[in-house]
Ligand binder design. Structure first.
Ligand SMILES: *Cc1c(COP(=O)(O)O)cnc(C)c1O
Length: 356
């Protein structure tokens, strides 16, 4: 159990227009902070007014990117209560990322307590409008004022909150994706399975290129053979080929183990829909498209839940998928997961953690 000190703001902000939230533009009145030192371990848990975190210019995070983050949401139910979706999964993944980046772990019960406490402190910021939620961004930064390359001895764990709009204000529109054959997101043995800010820095160039070509996101291929599908943008990816749902396996450590991905697989298994976690070559997808067997493709992640892929672009060739419409598998998963998240569908998986 953490002993969390709470210092409430004397100057609460004016709430934004909840019909125009977008993603990650507004931040609430408070934030959670906790420090780590070798002598004291994780200590000084506190909820304080949202604001700048003073850091020495030599703080290690600025130079060697020893940083990691998580992303989950708090949802407002119709009865006014607030709930989280599988926060234990995010906390488990955060600690796995800690291991990979030589950052000290945080006790899972303490991390959950911190998330709940800061959401509780800013609970009037959890929006009520259809499809909106409060995005929760926990992160850890290395703070040693030291330019030597070595794991830091001091850290800050922070949680900030941002009310976010419905991802699909104008209905679920499939996105166009460009297959990236030049740059890679990660390599075997690297940090692909870790939610590290550094992975994003490395991926920006592919994203920028895709946008220049008029595509929303990048389809990443594996860093070794450039043959197998890894992910799409910052989402996991699923293909439905001849009735079988296929998603890249986690075994090589180059796929981020998404909570949404895991939830989709569990639901498909429960429904008796054939689902395979295995290596999937881009050529297999192209061939399936040629022979009319590529039924659906979609990305999965906390922000959008399910993002149907309407078109794949590869070196001058366009592949339109499912007539550029959301397919039945994607739709069923979307309805089931969002139904549970906003409390409209009974949670028979034990995935909901109520706060209020
Ligand atoms: C966070 C993330 C995902 C999606 O994970 P969820 O837990 O489903 O939100 C997928 N790929 C990458 C690279 C990510 O950072």
């Amino acid at each position: 159990m953490l002993n969390i000190r709470i210092e409430r703001t004397a100057t609460p902000k004016t709430k934004p227009d909840y019909s125009k939230l977008g993603f990650g533009k507004y931040f609430t009145d408070h934030m959670f902070l906790m420090n780590y030192s070798t002598e004291k371990g994780w200590h000084d848990a506190r909820i304080v007014p949202y604001g700048p975190i003073p850091l020495d210019p030599s703080a290690m995070v600025f130079h060697y990117a020893q940083e990691l983050f998580e992303g989950l949401k708090a949802y407002r139910r119709a009865d006014g209560g607030i709930q989280l979706f599988r926060p234990d999964k995010n906390i488990e993944r955060m600690n796995n990322t800690c291991d990979r980046l030589c950052v000290p772990r945080i006790d899972p019960a303490d991390a959950l307590q911190a998330i709940k406490a800061v959401v509780e402190a800013d609970k009037d910021w959890v929006p009520y409008d259809e499809g909106t939620s409060l995005y929760i961004r926990p992160f850890i930064i290395a703070t040693d004022p030291m330019l030597g390359v070595h794991p830091s001895h001091t850290y800050i764990f922070a949680i900030i909150l941002s009310p976010v709009g419905s991802y699909y204000e104008a209905g679920i529109n499939p996105v166009k994706i460009g297959i990236e054959r030049e740059y890679v997101r990660c390599v075997k043995g690297g940090t692909g399975m870790a939610k590290a800010g550094g992975n994003y820095a490395a991926s920006l160039i592919g994203q920028k290129k895709a946008e220049e070509y008029g595509y929303a996101q990048v389809l990443w291929l594996d860093g070794v053979e450039r043959k197998y599908i890894d992910e799409v943008g910052a989402m996991n990816v699923f293909f439905v080929i001849d009735g079988v749902v296929i998603t890249p396996e986690l075994t090589d450590g180059n796929i981020l183990p998404g909570v949404t991905r895991n939830s989709c697989i569990a639901l498909l298994k429960k429904w008796g829909v054939p689902v395979e976690e295995r290596k999937l070559a881009i050529d297999e997808v192209i061939e399936a498209h040629k022979t009319g067997k590529l039924n659906e493709a979609f990305g999965t992640g906390t922000a959008a839940v399910i993002s149907p892929i309407g078109e794949l672009f590869d070196e001058g060739e366009k592949m339109v998928i499912n007539n550029n419409e959301i397919g039945p598998v994607a739709k069923r998963l979307y309805d089931a997961i969002t139904g549970m998240q906003w409390g409209k569908v009974a949670d028979d998986m034990g995935w909901i953690e109520k706060i209020d």
